[in-house]
Write a protein that binds this ligand. Structure first.
Ligand code: NAP
Length: 269
């Protein structure tokens, strides 16, 4: 039996255990995958406990992706550039290796499942926490016309844009004058039932709105986007399953069938 876990706070909403159990069944792998609620100052202790229990590794979710990156002994080149990790491997020598699969997961969902292309599109990204940072290079790799970033704490967005040397912009929301082609919500606002405080004019009838958050009902952001007149909407469940498939491949060396998992998990939710 292999042991894995997802660490976060809050964690009750996470569907990672059932996703990884679905993948494990695809390959006849016996897996124990647990959700672990970690106190805000408790990541180091939680990681040590999992290592002592013989876990293969873990997933990291809100709000620990930056903290986890600093606790790795090694990170992949991609994760090093991002400064955030979502997948850890506990090596037999006691070292922790960090990866980030969020960007690849998002792009797979947008391109293959949503049939949304990003080349030459005007994109607005909401939130530059762990998830936002994890997806920016993947978005840029698709050649958008522009990538604007808004964050509730505006200094985080302007500092990030400065560090990215012009590859992205961080306009103030007063300067948002017209609709974007794609608006991605990578804030944690929905976890408390809130919506980012934005002018409705960023959404037009053709704007594709994607919320990295997910749930049994439309998320607050998608409900708000719909009320602004678009019906091009998706939550982040497809990204969740796709990024999990890349993590599973890191742990077990086999890539699960994401479409099959998506159809089985959607019907069972
Ligand atoms: P995080 O590192 O804690 O960052 C939180 C972000 O949300 C920050 O930008 C924060 O802004 C912003 N925020 C929090 N409350 C807000 C509010 N009421 N209004 C506006 N902005 C608010 O969390 P994270 O790891 O980036 O995760 C963010 C979300 O993405 C979570 O809901 C997570 O479940 C989801 N996610 C989904 C997937 C997937 O596979 N579908 C993958 C990764 C993440 P400040 O800087 O102002 O605090």
């Amino acid at each position: 039996m292999h042991y894995l876990a997802v660490l976060g706070n809050p964690i009750v909403h996470s569907r990672s255990p059932e996703i990884h159990q679905n993948f494990a069944r695809q390959f006849g792998i016996r897996l124990d995958y647990q959700k672990v609620l970690v106190p805000h100052d408790g990541l180091g202790h939680a990681l040590k406990t999992l290592q002592d229990q013989g876990a293969l590794g873990c997933n990291i979710t809100v709000p620990f992706k930056s903290d986890a990156a600093t606790r790795c002994d090694q990170v992949t080149e991609e994760a090093q550039e991002l400064g955030v990790v979502n997948t850890l491997v506990f090596q037999s020598n006691g070292q922790i290796l960090g990866h980030n699969t969020d960007g690849k997961g998002l792009i797979m969902d947008l391109l293959e499942h949503q049939r949304v292309t990003l080349a030459n599109k005007r994109i607005l990204l909401l939130g530059i926490g762990g998830a936002g940072r994890g997806i920016v290079p993947a978005l840029l790799s698709q050649g958008p016309a522009t990538l604007d970033i808004w964050n509730r704490t505006s200094a985080a967005a302007t500092d990030y844009a400065l560090a990215m040397k012009g590859a992205v912009s961080a306009p103030s929301k007063d300067t948002f004058l017209e609709a974007y082609d794609l608006v991605l919500n990578a804030t944690a606002a929905g976890l408390s039932g809130a919506t980012p405080d934005l002018p409705g004019r960023v959404i037009g009838t053709d704007t594709f709105c994607y919320d990295l958050s997910y749930g049994p009902r439309p998320t607050p952001f998608l409900a708000w986007a719909s009320s602004q007149g678009t019906n091009h909407l998706s939550d982040g469940f497809g990204m969740l399953v796709a990024q999990a498939a890349f993590a599973f491949e890191i742990w077990f060396g086999v890539r699960p069938d994401v479409r099959r998992a998506l159809s089985e998990l959607k019907t069972s939710s």
